[in-house]
Design a protein around this ligand. Structure first.
Ligand code: ADQ
Length: 483
């Protein structure tokens, strides 16, 4: 029986060692949370890094890691510390990530990072080939694996290969600065179908292909001498029912079963007439505009002092890539900003910002989504932004206001949100004020439309659409051969 091979940098589970024992936790991040349900419900195997380096993994635990992964229909690959440094912390997160998010000043071009990236991509390709059987479909994910499609194609010319990019694809003028731009594009063109979140990213990619490689591009197809490659946009959805159900359970929860976090959130809202909570959730990443958001919130408190003691920003930042210097600097900057603003505005009974720097269990995420009156998401660039969609899906009574950066992929589907430019603090402050004052009927009207759309195009539909389109490319290839 044929299967789908999903492959991404990390597995949806993260394995670590605590006191000589294996500890398995779910991975945090958009790709893992989004694809998990597709993997759980379908006939697929998922290949990726376990989170452990070869040096950390004692020989007596190797079989146990393999088994733990197998229990979840996963295959774990292990890398050395040096490989992770060059491939993951190096080329993936100091070259591609900043470049594709237009942070050109952060890009580093180290040739040993690039060499390691190539070597590790080959390891992923080898792991696919080892598990691949004729008729299987291969679905490769994200910017860490841009070379894998062609590496697989070279060994399995007839394979059906799809690739989905979870981050933006930058404009040609930005992409062309990459020293290994031809290799990257050729690597991707090993796929039959290349997917992006938005039409803009698709357009940027096609323009780079035609201008750098000089391939002919017709609408959304690239003509290679031996075959066609289809490029299309598939805006990723969320597991809508999961969030809707969790929000329902949240409201049915009896008082004794409430989490401490929930009690604190309720305490604030009941503390003063008209008190409101603003929520933000992201990985601690410079692309997410966290420092901009805090500064805009400061500006809001100055411009609208009537909300002092009534409004609170609940800010959850999940630790991420803490070995990359820019992330360490950002952490310091945010710690200092939160401290400064809390020091500047706090009263004896109130602090303006509640800042959590940690990952939280799912039920606490739901507490936050369900209890906060406003979600304030201000990325400077973001491929999609699933948090925006999860917030709306968790609003059981359909109240709540989403303030969303227009630089996110999600903004293109969520016009009913208050869309802002993250660099315009005046606009953000006014949007917060507008959100606080928005009548409930208007909130409900906007969210009804959003919920309907998100429910219809959920993650299952997204994955099925991608796979359907991938199957079609293969059928077209076969019928062209027959002619
Ligand atoms: P991310 O940059 O990780 O994803 P995002 O899309 O917002 O960003 O997804 C974050 C996910 O992590 C959400 O599903 C959220 O529920 C979860 N999460 C956040 N904080 C958490 C916490 N404290 N504890 C547990 N879970 C938490 C990348 C791209 C995005 C793109 C996605 C999917 O950068 O642009 O939307 O992939 O393609």
């Amino acid at each position: 029986m044929s299967k789908t091979i999903i492959i991404s940098n990390r597995l949806p589970l993260q394995i670590s060692i605590k006191k000589g024992k294996l500890n398995v936790t779910p991975s945090v991040g958009g790709l893992a949370t989004g694809l998990k349900s597709f993997h759980r419900d379908g006939d697929s195997v998922w290949i990726g890094w376990s989170g452990l380096t070869a040096e950390e993994l004692p020989e007596n635990l190797i079989n146990e890691v393999t088994q733990k992964a197998k229990d979840e229909a996963c295959i774990a690959i292990n890398f050395t510390e040096k490989e992770i440094e060059g491939f993951y912390y190096g080329f993936s997160n100091r070259s591609i990530w900043p470049l594709f998010h237009y942070f050109m000043e952060f890009t580093e071009w180290e040739s040993w990072h690039w060499e390691t990236y190539k070597r590790v991509n080959q390891k992923y390709a080898d792991a696919i080939l080892k598990n691949y059987k004729d008729g299987d479909k291969i679905w490769i994910h994200d910017y860490q694996l841009l070379l894998v499609p062609n590496m697989v194609r070279e060994q399995a010319p007839n394979a059906t290969i799809g690739f989905f990019n979870h981050i933006p694809f930058p404009s040609y003028e930005v992409f062309r600065t990459m020293p290994w731009r031809e290799e990257i594009l050729k690597g991707l063109l090993g796929a039959d179908l290349i997917g992006f979140h938005t039409y803009d990213y698709e357009r940027h990619f096609l323009s780079s292909v035609s201008r750098i490689l000089r391939h002919q591009v017709n609408f959304n197809e690239v003509s290679l001498p031996e075959r066609m490659v289809k490029v299309d946009s598939f805006p990723m959805g969320i597991d809508y029912n999961k969030f809707e159900q969790a929000a329902q359970d949240h409201f049915e929860n009896s008082l004794e079963n409430q989490s401490d976090l929930q009690r604190r959130l309720d305490h604030h809202r009941k503390g003063a007439p008209g008190a409101k909570l603003i929520l933000s959730i992201d990985r601690l990443d410079y692309t997410k505009g966290i420092a901009h958001r805090i500064r805009a919130f400061e500006y809001f408190l100055e411009k609208y002092p009537q909300y002092i003691e009534k409004i609170r920003l609940v800010m959850l930042a999940v630790p991420s890539r803490s070995e990359v210097p820019q992330y360490q600097l950002l952490k310091k900057e945010i710690d200092a900003l939160v401290g400064r603003i809390n020091g500047k505005f706090a009263t004896v009974s109130w602090t303006p910002i509640w800042y959590f720097y940690r990952s939280m269990p799912f039920n606490n995420l739901i507490d936050l989504y369900a209890s906060c009156d406003i979600a304030l998401l201000t990325p400077i660039r973001d491929g999609m932004n699933l948090v925006a969609k999860e917030y709306i899906a968790s609003r059981k009574d359909q109240t709540g206001v989403l303030i969303l950066s227009e630089m996110t992929g999600a903004a293109q589907e969520m016009n009913e949100a208050l869309l802002i430019n993250p660099n315009n603090f005046e606009q953000i402050a006014d949007a917060i004020n507008q959100a606080i004052e928005m009548p409930e009927e208007e909130q409900i009207k906007r969210n009804k439309t959003l919920q309907k759309r998100l429910k219809r195009y959920d993650v299952e539909k997204w994955a099925n659409d991608f796979m359907k389109s991938l199957t079609k490319t293969q059928e077209t290839r076969q019928s062209n051969k027959a002619i």
